[in-house]
Ligand binder design. Structure first.
Ligand SMILES: N[C@@H](CCC(=O)N[C@@H](CS)C(=O)NCC(=O)O)C(=O)O
Length: 216
């Protein structure tokens, strides 16, 4: 059965789900929700996600919001050999840990700046940029221990942290001298065909949009 993914290409968390659909060969109908026209606030969308945010996944009678929950569900259902979401309980716990890090640090550092900027026209304070640098430090530490965030192969935690983490780069440029492991990981992730296809175009549009607001 074809699942439905409600998304917008500028959304990093939606792009993480788009990449996962491709990597897991999920037959997905991609449905654009134009957040700039307020389609995410329409009653029929708010019924699907009371938090009025993309992405949302529909699989039959299941309606799921939050990209991390979606990634876990898709991988649980479609990652038959456990390559993106290990079957081993301990390895999986490490993936979950980094997924929670991705939402609470990587995505939040972005949202802390872009939310007030987009919705209230509020310019970020210096401490918001410092918090991004601190998060780069945490990522560098993790990637000094293993090649990918939760081990030596790529998992859904990398996909999640990459889609939001690469966007942090247009707020605080990633210094490859200071963060060599993170820089190498980011380069590997960027070069994957799935990133070129499903992340790069939306990322560029998002970068232009945010930079224009910062410069205004
Ligand atoms: N934790 C959520 C965050 C979702 C989210 O904040 N999506 C943004 C786009 S990046 C959105 O649709 N915002 C519209 C709004 O909050 O009204 C996830 O991972 O899916």
């Amino acid at each position: 059965m074809v699942v439905k993914l409600y998304k917008n290409d500028v959304s990093p968390v939606a792009r993480a789900c788009m990449m996962a659909c491709d990597l897991l060969n999920v037959q997905a109908e991609m449905i654009d929700v134009d957040v700039f026209k307020g389609e995410h606030l329409a009653p029929e969308f708010v019924k699907k996600n009371p938090l009025h945010a993309v992405p949302v996944l529909e699989d039959g009678d299941l309606v799921l919001h939050d990209s991390h929950a979606i990634l876990m569900y898709l991988a649980e259902k479609y990652d038959k050999n456990g390559s993106l979401y290990p079957k081993d309980m301990k390895q999986r716990a490490l993936v979950n840990q980094k997924l929670f890090f991705s939402i609470s640090f990587v995505y939040m550092r972005l949202r802390d700046i872009t939310g007030p900027l987009i919705f209230e026209g509020e310019k970020p304070s210096e401490k918001r940029f410092k918090a991004i640098d601190e998060t780069y430090g945490f990522l560098e530490e993790f990637l000094s221990r293993t090649k990918y965030l939760a081990g030596d192969s790529m998992t859904i935690a990398d996909i999640s942290a990459f889609a939001s983490g690469v966007a942090l780069g247009f707020l605080v440029e990633l210094d490859g001298q200071k963060y060599p492991k993170l820089h190498a990981w980011m380069t590997t992730m960027k070069q994957m065909p799935v990133s070129q296809k499903f992340n790069a175009p939306g990322h560029s549009a998002y970068e232009k949009f945010i930079k224009k607001l910062l410069a205004a």
